[in-house]
Design a protein around this ligand. Sequence first.
Ligand SMILES: CC(C)(COP(=O)(O)OP(=O)(O)OC[C@H]1O[C@@H](n2cnc3c(N)ncnc32)[C@H](O)[C@@H]1OP(=O)(O)O)[C@@H](O)C(=O)NCCC(=O)NCCS
Length: 148
Amino acid sequence: MKFDTLRSEYIPQIAAIERDSFERPWSEQAFLPELADENAHYVVGVQDGQVICYAGFHSVADEAHMTNVAVRRDMRGRGVGKLLMCELLDNARRLGLKHVTLEVRDGNEAAVRLYAGCGFKVEGVRRKYYNNMHDALIMWLHFGEDIG
Ligand SMILES: CC(C)(COP(=O)(O)OP(=O)(O)OC[C@H]1O[C@@H](n2cnc3c(N)ncnc32)[C@H](O)[C@@H]1OP(=O)(O)O)[C@@H](O)C(=O)NCCC(=O)NCCS
């Protein structure tokens, strides 16, 4: 797998992974403005021309606000998510950002473990954020305090 930035030719495959991964997936149209947004930063993992994972954030002052993280279903559980997060966090560091934040559904064990392994900690909860049913955990990573 090699990492690339977001390119228009990847968007149909990314949208397909979104549909297979989330109840409220981003559409292809939702990704298009990201291509031209200088504050939007994406990492796309590509193998043999096929997208196998992607993740992104928006930079806001000295913070990275994560937007999407997903690994294609058949590639999960093999460390791809960890590699993806390391690459994304390296990009955030290189940009001089100091803090990274994301929201994750309480109970999404794979994602929470992935983020915890990168040094993220739960610093807040949005009650019933998802479908008025599931809580959202607000996680933060502060560079300098992380273990990664
Ligand atoms: C969350 C996701 C990106 C993880 O990617 P992955 O490639 O499967 O993750 P990795 O193989 O690198 O594993 C990362 C950690 O999660 C753990 N993990 C992976 N799958 C797991 C599962 N099904 N249940 C519990 N833990 C799991 C691994 O053991 C590892 O933890 P460790 O470092 O403590 O051993 C992937 O499951 C996914 O795309 N899920 C659907 C989309 C999603 O929920 N995205 C996050 C939105 S906030």
